[in-house]
Design a protein around this ligand. Structure first.
Ligand SMILES: [Zn+2]
Ligand SMILES: [Zn+2]
Length: 382
């Protein structure tokens, strides 16, 4: 359907169908027919409500989603909502796809048909943090799969600001879709590890959490040739941790027995690095008890909003402890993640344990919520 230009005189643009887009060519307003692509979406409508629906997508910067992994963040939002998430919106931020449009990133052209991963942040590009390229800390940050439509969807329109920061990253054919989705969480772990400063061979790290994030941290820290202790709860996952090189694996108990085992393993000194990769706040309490003087504790995982922790501030002062957080990542870390997987430094094969169709999204969320395996990946959308 096409409208003649002369029919549009005095037409209020607000009442034009969304199938038409006003464009300004040579200072003349013309109307151009923009064909739309219809696709399947899993629409989050509020706590415990996701429906499979159809949606029309613009052609501009269109991405065909090849796969999208389920993150524990998706489960938390699905169950309880989140103060920054305003439904209806499509969740899913760990994704890969294929470009259907030409993209220009910093004078580099990405042709249609290129397999890419997407940095799920949409920074404002004008705030204090954006000016120093700390885009994940943007004061006006929007996020794909959270505040904007994400990857539990057959197609996605790529935001201009994500393209501008180089957040669309081509991937080699050796990284297949089902594993490429893990490059985003890997990049978040790389951001977290960058916050720890210099890591030397005398360091010992302890990871609380045996989920995908714990196991990615395990591999990254082992690549620094240091001793790594992993504290988990699920036997199957702890076996994978052994395979991935953990030096000591302990079953989490909220008592003094694991504290003693860690102190024995570290000759009474404790761990110099602790990674909290679980939303169980008792892990932070335990981390403080097994941390050596001068050590660093990174709070990687989000906690329940009602969880508050009483800290002995003098303990932190006298032992010179650093407690820090890390959130999301930037294109720089996604590029490092691609290189590390391409070069075989990180293995993702053990971490994807089940694949789902988009219309099985509820099963995929339950699979993640119940810790039935490791990563659930949605890789069929039609
Ligand atoms: Zn995630
Ligand atoms: Zn900003």
């Amino acid at each position: 359907m096409c409208l003649e230009l002369n029919m549009l005189v005095n037409v209020d643009t607000k009442i034009l169908s969304h199938k038409f887009r006003l464009i300004n060519i040579f200072n003349k307003t013309a109307i151009m027919h923009m064909p739309l692509t219809a696709g399947n979406i899993a629409l989050f409508n509020g706590p415990n409500s996701i429906n499979i629906e159809r949606m029309d997508f613009d052609q501009k910067h269109l991405l065909k989603v090849n796969a999208c992994a389920v993150c524990s963040y998706d489960v938390r939002v699905f169950r309880n909502g989140h103060k920054k998430v305003r439904p209806p919106v499509i969740l899913g931020h760990e994704l890969c796809g294929e470009t259907l449009d030409t993209l220009n990133i910093n004078n580099t052209k990405i042709n249609p048909g290129t397999r890419v991963i997407v940095c799920p942040i949409i920074p404002c590009l004008s705030c204090y943090y954006c000016k120093s390229k700390k885009y994940n800390l943007c004061s006006n940050l929007k996020e794909l799969g959270s505040t904007m439509n994400g990857g539990f969807s057959q197609y996605m329109n790529l935001p201009d600001h994500t393209i501008k920061i180089g957040g669309i990253i081509p991937i080699p054919s050796t990284i297949i879709n089902d594993y490429a989705v893990l490059l985003e969480p890997l990049s978040c772990c790389l951001n977290g590890i960058s916050r720890l400063g210099k890591i030397s061979r005398s360091d010992t790290a302890i990871i609380f959490g045996d989920g995908p994030i714990g196991l990615l941290h395990l591999q990254l820290l082992k690549s620094k040739n240091i001793k790594v202790i992993l504290i988990g709860l699920i036997e199957k996952r702890m076996k994978i941790a052994k395979k991935l090189g953990a030096d000591l694996i302990l079953h989490f108990k909220n008592d003094e027995s694991i504290i003693k085992q860690i102190m024995d393993f570290t000759y009474g000194v404790g761990a110099s690095i602790s990674i909290i990769a679980t939303s169980n706040k008792q892990a932070i309490d335990s981390a403080l008890k097994v941390s050596s003087k001068n050590s660093k504790i990174n709070l990687f995982a989000g906690l329940k909003k009602e969880d508050k922790l009483l800290l002995d501030l003098n303990y932190i002062h006298y032992n010179q402890l650093s407690i820090m957080g890390s959130f999301s990542s930037t294109p720089k870390f996604l590029k490092i993640a691609v290189d590390m997987v391409k070069n075989g430094q990180i293995s993702l094969t053990e971490l994807v344990t089940r694949k789902f169709d988009l219309n099985e999204i509820h099963d995929a969320l339950s699979y993640t919520e119940n810790c039935s395996g490791l990563k659930a990946v949605i890789n069929r959308f039609d």
